[in-house]
Each structure stands twice: as structure tokens, then as C-alpha cells.
Ligand binder design. Sequence first.
Ligand SMILES: Cc1cc2nc3c(=O)[nH]c(=O)nc-3n(C[C@H](O)[C@H](O)[C@H](O)COP(=O)(O)O)c2cc1C
Ligand SMILES: Nc1ncnc2c1ncn2[C@@H]1O[C@H](COP(=O)(O)OP(=O)(O)OP(=O)(O)O)[C@@H](O)[C@H]1O
Length: 279
Amino acid sequence: MKHATALKKVDAVAIGGFDGMHEGHQHLFNALGERGAIVVVETGYANLTPGREREHFTTHPIVYLPLDEIRMLDDRGFVDYLRERFPVLSRIVVGYDFRFGLDRKFSHADLSKAFGGAVQVIDEVTVGGESVHSHKIRAKLIIGDVAGANRFLGHNYTVRGDVVRGQGIGKKELVPTVNMLTNGFLLPKEGVYASLARLDGEEHYHPAVSFVGHRVTTDGSFAVETHVLDGEIVCKERIDVSFVQRLRGNEKFASLDALKEQIGRDIAAARKAVGRLEL
Ligand SMILES: Cc1cc2nc3c(=O)[nH]c(=O)nc-3n(C[C@H](O)[C@H](O)[C@H](O)COP(=O)(O)O)c2cc1C
Ligand SMILES: Nc1ncnc2c1ncn2[C@@H]1O[C@H](COP(=O)(O)OP(=O)(O)OP(=O)(O)O)[C@@H](O)[C@H]1O
């Protein structure tokens, strides 16, 4: 949120790290109301929705507070800090396990006492009987379980980045791919995924297949590459890739021909998985 004047009208805030903007987080946002804002405590560790990426998953304004500014505050100090920034604040929304202050000493009960106004505590949100949390989503991505991560997120896990040049082999000998740099995002485990790709800020997503990993068959370097399934495309600057389903692991092939045959099978599998999906 850019304008101090807009902050003056905020009457409710949801507070947390909010990396991922997952199903649990969305329950907090749903309780905010029209003049509600999201307060992100920035630890510097967010890698599901790093920095302003969170803004893609809410219509509420977001205010970022560096952890260092608030980590030493006690319950009263924290409430004063909030009141200073949000002069008409009447409601604070937090989750069942919210903690704050040095060594995470204070709970929502302490916040409630110190604030005096309404502190709305959202019950634990679960998916398939499991509590939803950012660290669990990271754990799923690390083992390649993008479908599980997506169920917790409530949306497809999406990384965004700048287009970079590849080796130039793909177009000539395999299939054309868009290579990208994914600064700040956690990448799912090395392998091949059915995906959806948005090119240069287009409105719609294309069905696609993406490779994440070291190109052990060619130059060994690390790459995130996407082949779009629905015909020839142009993508010059930016690409958004949403991971939908893991197809297989990274493999070393004896020849480019063998890799090309496998890529043909990957394309068929991806077509089945995302041929008719929307983000
Ligand atoms: C669907 C797909 C699957 C791929 N699978 C592998 C793989 O299993 N092992 C590997 O070394 N490279 C794999 N690659 C990466 C290719 O090696 C890469 O596209 C090739 O080196 C060309 O790179 P370039 O686009 O930089 O020219 C895959 C690429 C695609 C599009
Ligand atoms: N599953 C959930 N159900 C209800 N509230 C939740 C849930 N997950 C997080 N929250 C609440 O959302 C806010 C942001 O929490 P936080 O950023 O710590 O999310 P998290 O997913 O628990 O992250 P981490 O896994 O890193 O602990 C907090 O107020 C927290 O209590």
C-alpha cells in the first residue's frame, strides 16, 4: 500500500508471514471486510510468494513490516505500533497458532488483552484432515508433490521470472522451450511437470510441459524450461509457470534422440493432464 492516507481508513488487519497465501491464510482474509488490510511480517525467508508476489492472491491491500522492527516488542509495544500505523483499527484477525514478540512469547490471548478491541481468532484450517502451513507446502514441493502443494494452496503453485537464452539446442534438435530465471522462488524437485504457462503478461494460460533441473544429458547446467503445447508462441520477457502434475524425474539419456523420444511421451502425458485446464 503506497499512500499513508489509505492506511488511515484501515479498520481491520490480518497479521502473519503469509508465504504462499494458502487456504489457511485465505480464511483470515475472508474475515477482513471492506476496509481490511493484510500486514505481512517480512522475515526475508518467503520463497513461495516472495516479496510482492503475494499481491497476486488477494484483493486486499498489503502492508509489509520488516521482522527486525517488531521482533523485540512486547504485547503492548506491538499494539502501540499497530495503532500508530492504523489509527482507526478496531479488529485484528489472526490464526489459532499466531505468536509474536521475542522468542514468540505472546499468543492471541495476550494480543487480545493488550489491544482491548476485537481480536478474531480463525480456527485451524485443514485440507484432507491435515493442517495447512507454508512449511508443509515447501516440504511437498521439495519432494515433487506439486498436486499436494496445490491442494494446500488452493491454487496452482506458480513461479514467475525473466526469460533467458538457452543453449540453442532445444529448437534445432528437441523441442523449442522458453528458459527462465526464477529469482526468489522455491522450485519443485528436479524433473518434468505438466504445467500452465502465461507469456509476457497475457491474460490466459497455455497448456505446457516444464523441465526443472540440471540438463544431465547435454551441458549439465541448471535450467527451468517450458515447452508450450498449443502451437508456436513468442515469449520475450516474462513467463509465469504454474506446476500442475509431476510426470517423471530428471534422467540422463544416452543420446539426444533418446531424450527427444521421451520428450514426445512427456508432451502426450502433459496434454492429458493440462490440455483443458485453467489456472
Ligand atoms: C519436456 C522436457 C523434458 C526434459 N527432460 C530432460 C531430462 O530428463 N534430462 C535432461 O538432461 N534434460 C531434459 N530436458 C532438457 C533438455 O536437455 C534441454 O531442453 C536441451 O538441453 C535444450 O536446451 P536449450 O533450450 O537450452 O537449448 C527436458 C526438456 C523438456 C522440454
Ligand atoms: N492452517 C491454518 N489455519 C488457521 N490459521 C492459520 C493457518 N495457517 C496459518 N494461519 C494463520 O495465518 C497467519 C499467518 O501465519 P504464518 O505466516 O505463520 O503461516 P503458516 O502457514 O503457519 O507458516 P509456517 O508454516 O511458516 O509456520 C497467522 O495468524 C496464523 O495463525
